[in-house]
Design a protein. Structure first.
Ligand SMILES: [Zn+2]
Ligand SMILES: [Zn+2]
Length: 329
């Protein structure tokens, strides 16, 4: 099969290769991939921000396709099912985090497109218990970005503790942010977007944001909650400063540049909360996919053929992607 693997020298060194079609092991499904979203985390994997320790891997964890074979311990009836493979690949199932419903924090968890090969390929395998059934109402290219960008954004929205009808600030407006904004607005939030990208500001206003300003601008009102999607630590102080008292700021990225020094009185006093977002649980994924179908959440998609996966990563790194880049596999 055609596939792409990390080259060890950054995302521009991603290599196109021929690999054998993988065989599903016990508990696994083999999926013929039809679409795979391109996530910023793929850049972090290819660039070594998330260490590979000398391994190479097929990136991609927003994988949509059909089951074409199953391993032992999986019902053969699943062949033909349309599914989504996402970032959370497996957890230990027995630690205190798994048992208390916080499997996103399991220290034994594994991730698609980092610990195991992902979807920049014609075929992929994944544990059946961690694969989502694809909602009927979402076509392949639409569904792919929901599988990480959408699910993580949904968890970030929960972590940001937005009160009903509250004011939400969104810093950075790429794939995850533009999906999260739609969910927040459908629930009655007033959304203010802050991003350096003029085209993204335009998209935010088209989707119904109340305002769209520059990356570190002060929003026109104080915010009840905010989410920083951009991997830019320098946005943390202005985002904290823009919070109303008792407001919450959630940092949605898996990687972020250094956060500048904070001033207690300006940035944290008056009971502000600063938190991060770490992966997601399967329940987050199932809830979000159901909600996205019901609310009609629409991803703005920039499609690329599988042969151009490296270009998609280069474009994403240069902030040249409008909405979400998705590979047609
Ligand atoms: Zn665990
Ligand atoms: Zn992702």
């Amino acid at each position: 099969m055609r596939a792409w693997v990390t080259g060890g020298e950054g995302h521009a060194a991603l290599r196109a290769v021929e690999l054998p079609v993988p065989t599903p092991g016990p508990g696994e499904l083999l999926v013929r991939v039809s679409a795979c979203g391109v996530c910023r985390t793929d850049l972090h994997v290819a660039d070594g921000d998330l260490p590979l320790d000398g391994r190479s891997v097929v990136p991609g964890h927003e994988v949509v396709g059909r089951v074409v074979a199953v391993g032992d311990e999986v019902a053969p009836a699943r062949v033909g099912e349309r599914v989504g493979i996402a970032w959370l690949r497996s957890t230990c199932g027995t630690c205190r985090w798994c048992r208390r419903g916080a499997e996103n924090l399991c220290r034994g968890s594994r991730y698609t497109g980092w610990d195991a090969d992902g979807g920049y390929a014609e075929y992929a395998v994944a544990p059946a218990a961690y694969v989502y059934r694809a909602p009927e109402g979402l076509e392949d290219l639409q569904l792919a970005p929901l599988l990480c960008a959408g699910i993580i954004g949904y968890r970030a929205l929960a972590r940001a503790a937005l009160p009903p009808g509250g004011r939400l600030g969104i810093y950075g407006f790429g794939a995850s942010a533009h999906l999260t904004a739609q969910v927040a607005m459908a629930r009655g939030a007033e959304v203010h977007v802050l991003t350096r990208d003029a085209a993204a500001r335009e998209l935010a206003l088209e989707l119904g944001a109340a305002s769209a300003g520059g990356a570190a601008d002060a929003p026109p009102v104080l915010l009840d909650s905010a989410i920083v999607f951009a991997p830019a630590g320098e946005l943390v102080p202005p985002a904290l400063e823009a919070l109303e008292q008792q407001g919450t700021l959630a940092l949605a990225g898996i990687h972020m540049s250094d956060i500048p020094r904070l001033d207690y009185r300006r940035h944290l006093f008056r009971e502000k909360t600063l938190t991060s977002v770490t992966s997601n649980t399967r329940a987050d994924g199932e809830d979000f996919l159901r909600l996205a179908e019901r609310l009609g959440v629409r991803a703005t998609v920039s499609p690329y053929p599988l042969d151009r996966a490296r270009d998609a990563l280069v474009d994403l790194a240069a902030d040249r992607v409008h909405g979400a880049a998705v590979l047609r596999c």
